[in-house]
Design a protein around this ligand. Sequence first.
Ligand SMILES: Cc1cc2nc3c(=O)[nH]c(=O)nc-3n(C[C@H](O)[C@H](O)[C@H](O)COP(=O)(O)OP(=O)(O)OC[C@H]3O[C@@H](n4cnc5c(N)ncnc54)[C@H](O)[C@@H]3O)c2cc1C
Length: 543
Amino acid sequence: MSKVAHYLQEHLVGEVMTSTNARRYFATDGSILQLAPALIAYPRTENDVRKTARFTWQLAERGRVIPLTARGAGTNHSGAALSSGILLVFPAHMNRILELDTKTHTVTVEPGINFGKLQQTLYTHGRFLPPYPPSLEYSTVGGAIANDAAGEKSVKYGAMRAYVKGLRVVLANGEVIETKRLNKRELSKKLGLATFEGEIYRSIDTMLEEQHADVDKLDRHLTVNGAGYNLADVKQRDGSFDLTPLFVGSQGTLGIITEAVLKTEPYNPQTTLIMANFDSLQQTQEAVAALKALPEKPSAIELIDEHVLSQVHDLNPNQLKDIVKPPFPPITLLVEFDGPERQTKKVLKSAEKILEQYAIGHQVTDDPEQQQLFWKVRQATSSLIGHNEGLLQSVPLFDAAVAPDRLREYLEGIYGLPSASNLQPAVWGHAGDGILQWRPRLNLGQVGDRQKVFRMMDEYHKLVLGLGGTVSATGGDGRLRTPYLQEMYGEEAYGLLQKVKKIFDPYGTLNPGVKFDTGIDDIKTMIRSEYAIDHLYDHLPRS
Ligand SMILES: Cc1cc2nc3c(=O)[nH]c(=O)nc-3n(C[C@H](O)[C@H](O)[C@H](O)COP(=O)(O)OP(=O)(O)OC[C@H]3O[C@@H](n4cnc5c(N)ncnc54)[C@H](O)[C@@H]3O)c2cc1C
């Protein structure tokens, strides 16, 4: 065992592991990349995190940089939960609900809590946390905050950033801070602190004052955008100031979250669901815009194209046989409303009028069993994701979004990608937020297909940037999207992001390689020869 591992083992309450097995297990996350950590630590307390950060900071001061990376369940697709140094794995012990405040409707949690478990608890109180990702059964709330996760409900409720009221964060030097929105008086107190925290407040405040024009360049006018850092929400017009937006979506590159206070929403299990079919992309786009403009926004607008349905049908003709039959419509939308009954009834009339105008047919149901059947159409995408044909696997390469009024061009662009000419892209996604998914089926063990990965990423990101979109919608930049960030934001705005990183992490110990300093050549050396995520969520010591 290395000296570093020895030191941590002596000073942490949580376990430290360096076995080849454990290192191999944690060398992959949900992405196509791999990188083995030198050691894995399972913090039991904030103090464990603090001591580890203090230790790596002191080593860095003497010129030795050991990367420090936080990890939830490792389900992200961008290669963000990988490290060549120390991996701090949170779900093992730091996984509790600390407080559920029924007056303020907030919940305080440790980062390693499973998202699905928190959601179940909230349901019993008639509340929920809307920006859950589809991976909620496996993934953690800490990972969702650090990724600024968004999901099917985000079209109405927004992404994770709308729900994080405050954080406890261990900074790069081991100092612990608490963040929340501060008024001018509270801010001036922070600005006067002689600590690293004070230095951060001063530097960020000055930067925002001097470079607000560059901050504006970070705005892509999208409802979701996980690329870079959210500088725009730090300082508001009234002079109030909050560092929380910077940590949300920062993927562990600015600090390590040890506690979060989250806002919740009332949960209404009685929803109304519409399944609508379209024969034209333009009509789909116009319907999405009209539905979003209703006085009560739909709580989901999910899209599934004909290729998803026909590929699922080819795999198993029985899977959707009682719900949809070939020939499949070019586009199916699932549109959900979760407002109070009387309000929804009124809105439904307008929604149906919209669909009569744009769709070729639609069905409405508020029967839960029928709704479950309709949702199976959307959930069928997991059959495509999970299906391997020999060594061919569906691999997650993209996570982009465009403004929903460019949905048609986005879809047409995906279908027309030159590198996909012999593949039939099957596309699905959160249409209301302009997020589309396609997972090409490739054999990463084959040189030709590995080369295709880079051609596809280049073509795909060119398409998205040409439409004014973002290369990172919900899963963060990680390593996979980092090479495209400068092109997306331009030199000045990207320079601003680099400055933020330097302010919080002057020695580059916090999750290096994520958001900065990873090029296509680095990715080439990290790409796995086989893709699988079937090992999620084991290998954790139980508390
Ligand atoms: C099938 C599938 C579908 C998905 N669809 C979506 C989707 O629609 N929307 C979406 O948003 N995501 C999606 N994801 C990606 C991912 O599951 C989510 O973003 C999830 O919230 C990540 O949680 P995690 O616990 O797995 O985090 P991890 O993957 O472990 O980590 C994610 C990032 O958070 C950082 N991190 C973790 N804990 C901390 C901490 N305590 N402090 C600081 N940084 C920390 C890590 O360093 C890493 O950078 C999907 C994943 C899968 C497998």
